[in-house]
Write a protein that binds this ligand. Sequence first.
Ligand code: PMP
Length: 360
Amino acid sequence: MTKVYNFCAGPAMLPEAVMQQAQQELLDWNGQGCSVMEISHRSDAFVALATEAERDLRDLLGVPDNYKVLFTHGGGRGQFSAVAMNLATKQDAAAYLVSGSWSKSALQEAGRYVQAHAVASVSEHNGLFTLPSEQAWQYPDNAAYFHYCPNETVDGFEIPEPPSVALPLVADMSSNILSKPINVSDYGVIYAGAQKNIGPSGLSVVIVRDDLLDRARPDTPSILHYATLAKHDSMYNTPPTFAWYLAGLVFKWLKSQGGVDAMAARNQEKADTLYGAIDGNDFYVNRVDPHYRSRMNVPFQLARPELDDAFLAEAHDAGLIALQGHRSVGGMRASIYNAMPLEGVQTLVDFMHDFARRNG
Ligand code: PMP
């Protein structure tokens, strides 16, 4: 098998050690004589696995006792609707910070259920994408919550600190959860699709503060209803069991690596290496205000965009795969989540230098 470094934005690469363990125990998990995929979610063995995965996630993020952790379906977009239905009535307003394409989609979806307003939007300023200062944000009256996306996967726009707002703060952490320490108490709801930093697609994780569990509109579908999911320990219906199992392996791997503090240091080093290569060569450009540059998704353009196809084809031949930018923005994007080793980034940077030298 050829060694590749996979820069896909999601579903993204998973730690090799995790994949090897999953392979080894695929047909016979935990001495059961069958796969973890093939056992009841209500069996003692699976419930023990599920409980341990939740405990590990709580340890990693320091989730306080007054928060529920839910393992559910529907991806990030499922939560775009679930958040609105669980936290507000149709008459309520909701405040949305639009920092890129995913928060814009979240705002649009919420608009089906609540009076969703953009408090501020990302825009181009002196050629760089940035946000207006918090003092300039415009809040609707009677907002039930404030939603933002700390890391915009498509745009490579990361908001380093949570905004200080007086409303329950909802964060779509699909693409930067577990990449650094956070203070869970700053948030009312945190949610994430699993397929970047947690595990395979099909699973989403929701961390919700207890006092927000009783606000759902009565017509909220049961499988999106936080209180119902919490009451049934995320087993109201059949959860995505294999994805939950793999997430548990990823949590163990994270702990073995030193947890989110170690990840933060490693992720910073990877990001510095890649942005350093972009900034150090006129052949490449990144157009995000440096304050908001993402440590997880690094979009960049070539000074000569007519070479995009050649760049991608040659990178692919060199074992650097899935570097194409999102179809809405073009150019390149390197997603460098927790599982991407520094060597992968270094190999990409060496390739970029070489490509620029040959084509500059
Ligand atoms: N939010 C963010 C930040 C994302 O990156 C994505 C997917 N890439 C989504 C939401 C949507 O996730 P899903 O496809 O699981 O619905």
